[in-house]
Write a protein that binds this ligand. Sequence first.
Ligand code: KIV
Length: 273
Amino acid sequence: MTLSAPQIRSRKRRNGAGALVMVTAYDEPGARYADAAGVDIILVGDSLANVVMGQPDTLHVSLDEMCHHVRAVAAATPQAHIVADMPWLTYHVDSADSVRNAAALVRAGAHSVKLEGGRARREVVRAILDAEIPVMGHLGLTPQSVLSFGGFKVQAKTRAAAEWLIKDATLLQDEGVYAVVIEGVPSVVGTKVTEALEIPTIGIGAGPDTDGQVLVFHDLLGMSKRKPAKFVRQYADVGSLITSAIGEYARDVREGTFPGPNEAYDNPEGLFD
Ligand code: KIV
C-alpha cells in the first residue's frame, strides 16, 4: 500500500515516529531504486530543471515537463508516496488555474503536490486542498525565489526572519498542509519550527532535528555537475562509475572485442552458404 498524505502527517518524531526519508527521482529507474531502498517519499522535484535539464535554476521547467517526469516515476508503482513540485508560475496567478495545474500532476501520477511560500500562497493552498489534493509546503531557501533573494542564500538568519518563517509554517499547517519542507536555514530554526508544528517538517540544510530529511538524487549519488551545497552528503560516486563503464564499452568497440560470440546471434543453417 502506498504511503498516504494522512499517514505522513502523523509521522512526528516527538510522538515516537521514525524519521521520514524523502529523495527526489525523475524517471522510472530512479523511482524503482529509491523505492527498493525503502524511502518513504519520492519527490519529483522541480530540481529536474537543474540536475536533468542542466538549467541554472528551477525557474526553467514547465508543467508539461514536470507531468512527463511524474508519469515516468509513477510507472515504477512505488510503495513510497509520490509528491510532485508545482513549477514556478503554475500557482502564482489564479487559484482556479492553480487547481487545474495541481490536478494535471495528480493525473500524471502524483499523490500530492508541493509548493513554495507561506502567507502569500494561503489562498491557493486552500483552493488546492478544497479540490481534495493534499499539499506539502516548502519554506526557507525556496529555490523559485532565487531572483528575489538575489541568489541561493541561507534564510531566516535574524530573529525577526526566523519568527516570520515559523508564523508562515503555522499558517500553512492551519490551512491543512500535511508536511512542510524547510530548506537552507540555521539548524536552530529547523529545531524551533519543528517544535512549533504538529505536522512533520522535512529538512534540507535545516539541521538534524526536523522530522525527516530530503536530498536530491543526483547530489547524493555523485551524479551532479553542480558544486554540492554544504548540506549535501554524497553517498556514492555513481558519476565516475558511469564514465568508467561507458569508457570500457568505448574501448571494447574500438578494439573490436565487443560484441563477442556470446553477444551475437548464431547464423541459421544455410544462410549465405
Ligand atoms: O526540487 C527539489 O528537489 C526540492 C528539494 C530541494 C526539496 O524541492
